[in-house]
Design a protein around this ligand. Sequence first.
Ligand SMILES: [Zn+2]
Length: 512
Amino acid sequence: MKFLATHIKHRFQFFRWLYFSVIAATLVLMWTGQPARSENFVVYFPNAHSILPLKTYENVRYLPVLKLLKVFGHVARVRSKKKELRVWFESTELQFHQNNRVVRLNKAKLRLSNPPQNIEGEWMVPVDFVTQILPTLINQNVEYQVGENRLFIGNISPNSFTLQMQPMQGGARLTFQFAEPVNLRTAARNGKWILYLGNRPVEPAESNFEFRNAYISRVQYDDQDGHPKLILTPAMAGLDFYPVLGNGEKTLVTEIMKPEVAATAPAPAGPQPAPEPQPAPSQPAAAAAAAKPPTAAPAPTPTTSLLPAVVLDPGHGGSDLGASGGNGLLEKDLTAQIVARVSKALQATGRYQIILTRTGDQTVNFDQRATIANTAHPIAFISFHAGNLGPSTPRVMVYTYQPSSPVALAPGADPRPLFIPWAKVQLGYLNRSQQLAQDLQQDLQKDTGVAGSPPMGVPLRVLRSIAAPAVAIEVGSLAPGSNPAPLTQKSFQDGIAAAVVQALGNFQGGQP
Ligand SMILES: [Zn+2]
């Protein structure tokens, strides 16, 4: 009896051991059969890029060899057996053997750091294939930094940057110094800020920066989708973010601030963040200055930054003059005048925080305007223009964005539809934009006494990337033969300001 019990117990232990070893074996199989990590590998050519899946097995990084070869040329024939792969690529016959680090190219033998692997029917080669074998297969310059997920082919000099973090009162300042100019676009996703750096590939000296700071915790360089960008992780929610690009588009200063501080702090030294709320915008035009009462000392209320933001965009500026009228009146000055009046009227309601895309006579490009607007998360973006609206004057038109060709919003074949393409941002706001345009059109007609036509959808570049209800107001006519005097009249400009105040009030009230 006793013997039997012991025997059973042993048998039980034996089966239990067997059972666990089966689990362990299954785990090992799964472990080696599945990548520990799945990433992308980006191949940059001078005017294009290709993305390949990169897989890591037992600490070795592999690329799918057939997909890789097809990026560089014509694969005429493939013969794949269980342990051997033969590929006819351009004029070279390549032979790979599982468990053999030697690869044959016609008669020559070249060596990889690790043997190729046939994993679930796909032949994979270790990443050093791109430095050990690829250069002899293609007649092009190959640049690869060991350990990185990007490869540069041909005549490319990738951009690079350095990053400096500077703590500030109530915030932090990040200064990115680029070797070459960048084309900046911003977006916000999942509580992170994303700074797209244009199409030029970047080879960062360092791609991950961690900070022990109350405002910013991490900056990462990422180009996994083929689009060079910086991903900024704020250390807490509810911070404001002011990126300003300067010094020939090579220096990017981004200030990350607590909203209260941003509204009341004195102007910091160094580059001035453009989108700070300005109680009284400077007046570039002498005509408007005369009509404007002397500005009292700015006294923003402490709650300013908690108010919903409205972004006003004076069209043109700096070297971009815009249209001009018969007496030499420039569109850039007229839009600044009108925006100053609209801003003052909106400030007077005490209901909004007003942000201007330019506060003086400087050149601001479309992406910079969109950057300022999108980082403010406004309830509305209103762009102001003046142009040739035909012989009768004054006239007022209201526009919303309409793509020049039909654009599908569906993510399509993009395997990582994480980011809405910058050029399609406004499409998500079109209904609200059209609603605001309707309200504005009616109020403009009422308050300026000028009969107008219904709002129109046009492919306006300045509205295209605005992540908010966005409209453009154009006054006219401002053309060489026209008399622009009615457009500079106080009553006309005050009418526009009153209409904007009323339309925004309606628009906000109508929000669900
Ligand atoms: Zn214009």
